[in-house]
Design a protein around this ligand. Structure first.
Ligand code: UTP
Length: 302
């Protein structure tokens, strides 16, 4: 049976996006017309995921509501002949079932994944961060390729990577590719990891390949998550569990994003604003007028 379960952690505080995230989850912020987490679920569905298990927390109920069927709204739109708006709700009929569990204390991404253990049980699964979109309009098949690689190569984990500027490695989990130094693997290549480090200093970083929000794991990762203590920032880090898995002889493969599969990180304002502009400029209805408006603004700018 191929992997069809994804754990989607959405329990983080999102403090870097305050005040926008004071009472609404960052995963529900719109990028163009849709909230971030809708892109994530649509991307997973097109890669064959049929069960999404959200790890939520306090103040995240709107995520659950978003994926529920709103019968009242549907009949209102139907009765008033608003077919176009009705079509915007088609995601409610995605062939995906949803489960929810809570992370009661925000002890880090690794801890959030661990909270899903009793529901995920003993099968391999995908982890997709609920605040990151892969590819413009989430048109990426990266998770499908990761699942295929995982199964074909009998890996213990497959992790998706993107190249970042050397100065930015401090923000990410960074790969140490096997038998090669700095960033040797080419785009869309599969490579084996000799190690992985969380947020290294640029002068100590083993490469500039940063974890890009998508993973596939054997359930053995839960044992490693239990074994690692708090790491950087006092949080239980998924990266530390992967490092332990590698140290103990686990086969961990990296897959690089293709050039048309940019990662949009909606965790800080700079990349959120950039993503919003890119997605709205690409919108068939509103993009052309927005482009003209921006060109006018930029031409007038001092
Ligand atoms: P981040 O690493 O961006 O953490 O989360 P954060 O706490 O949400 O944000 P800041 O640093 O306060 O601004 C990456 C993903 O992991 C989830 C988040 O919801 C996000 O989708 N996460 C993070 C959890 O589910 N639980 C945690 O304890 C931390």
């Amino acid at each position: 049976m191929t992997i069809d379960l994804a754990i989607v952690p959405v329990a983080g505080h999102g403090t870097r996006l305050l005040p926008a995230t004071k009472t609404q989850p960052k995963e529900m912020l719109p990028v163009g017309k849709k909230p971030v987490v809708q892109y994530v679920v649509e991307e997973l569905a097109q890669s064959g995921v049929r069960r999404v298990l959200f790890v939520t927390g306090r103040g995240k109920a709107s995520i659950e509501n978003h994926f529920d069927v709103d019968a009242e709204l549907t009949s209102y739109l139907r009765e008033t002949g608003r077919e176009e708006q009705l079509a915007e709700l088609s995601f409610e009929r995605l062939d995906v079932s949803f489960g929810y569990t809570r992370q009661r204390r925000q002890l880090g991404l690794g801890h959030a994944v661990l909270c899903a253990q009793t529901l995920a049980r003993h099968e391999p699964f995908v982890v997709a961060l609920g605040d990151s979109i892969i590819g413009l309009n989430a048109k990426s098949q990266i998770v499908r390729r990761m699942i295929e690689t995982f199964e074909k190569q009998r890996a213990d984990a497959v992790i998706c990577f993107e190249e970042v500027a050397q100065s930015d490695v401090v923000h990410y989990g960074i790969a140490q590719p096997k038998s090669s130094s700095r960033g040797a693997p080419k785009e869309a290549d599969v490579f084996e990891l000799a190690g992985i480090v969380e947020k290294p200093r640029p002068d100590e970083s083993p490469s500039n390949l940063a974890v890009a929000a998508r993973y596939v794991f054997q359930p053995s990762i839960f044992d490693h998550l239990r074994a690692v203590g708090p790491g950087k920032g006092g949080e239980i880090q998924l990266t530390d569990a992967v490092a332990r898995l590698i140290e103990q002889g686990g086969k961990v493969l990296g897959l690089r994003l293709a050039p048309d599969e940019k990662r949009y990180d909606i965790g800080n304002f700079e990349s959120y604003f950039r993503a919003f502009v890119e997605f709205t400029l690409a919108d068939g209805d509103f993009g052309p007028a927005l482009r003209a408006h921006l060109q006018k603004l930029l031409a007038e700018a001092p």
